[in-house]
Design a protein around this ligand. Sequence first.
Ligand code: UDP
Ligand code: MG
Length: 321
Amino acid sequence: MSDSGKIQFVSVVVPVYNEEGCLQELIDRTVRTLESTGIRYEFIMVDDGSRDRSAEIITAAADRHPDQVIGCILNRNYGQHAAIMAGFSFCRGELIITIDADLQNPPEEIPRLIEAADLGNDVVGTVRQHRRDTLFRRTSSKVVNYFARLATGVKMSDYGCMLRAYRRRVVEAMLQCNERSTFIPVLGNSFARNTCEIPVAHAERAVGESKYSLWKLINLQFNLLTCMTTIPLRMLTYFGLLTGFCGFLLSLYIVVRRLLPSGDAWANGGVFTLFAVLFVFTGVQMIGIGVIGEYIGRIYTDVRARPRFFIERIVGRKSAD
Ligand code: UDP
Ligand code: MG
């Protein structure tokens, strides 16, 4: 497999979920940009069970540009990362670029990613300049990026940005991972030898709203955490040890105070303190059970080994290779 030498064939994969408002502009701008590179390309749009006209728009575009615009229609909503995996499963490019459908990352940046990959990088990440998101999203990203760096050891600063390029062998390695709760940028980095990051522009969502509700976001963050590391489980043990030790010191203190003169009266007054301590410990235990539950839930879905997505049909592809 040649690492050096210029990339000859690029696949762009976009997950689409209820994006009828910006889809046409996305198609026009992406196709125009890809045409301008002069490299062979395919633009794969994966419809993740949209309930609006997205699938129709994708099918129409695939009819207009056969073999260059390809639609992949999933039967229901599987989530952004599963949709991207569906696109990966049949893309043919040497370099595979993922991008969001909402135009927050301008498709015009794609040639710069290709250039960076041409320099011999397996994964090209991007850092959003002047990020246009809410404070909550930005803060949660910081936490997630910190853990992702810890887990993968790859020092990338913006794991949340989906405008990324992966060499074919990295994508093939990702496809071999059967777990359902994946977080693609982190997974990709774990198979890369050379990575780099380039700054890219970031815009506000043009139309529609974020497809991530608070719950979906929390789930995503847990996916990211559990897909790469069992550190939280270990931290739990350390935390348990620490609280256990503090509890021991506290009980020692209580016993000693009880034995001192006037200790009887003091102990009576200390009942509520004990309650407070008890609540703290119960809380810690609950958190612990919750974290274990997050892992067990994911183990359960993986053990069932249901397909991670189901492609209903592929439109716009002529050749079978
Ligand atoms: N998306 C998807 N399935 C989902 C949720 C989102 O395919 O269940 C797609 C969505 O259409 C968009 C991308 O994933 O192309 C990122 O979603 P969004 O822009 O809503 O996320 P945010 O920018 O708020 O992180
Ligand atoms: Mg977005």
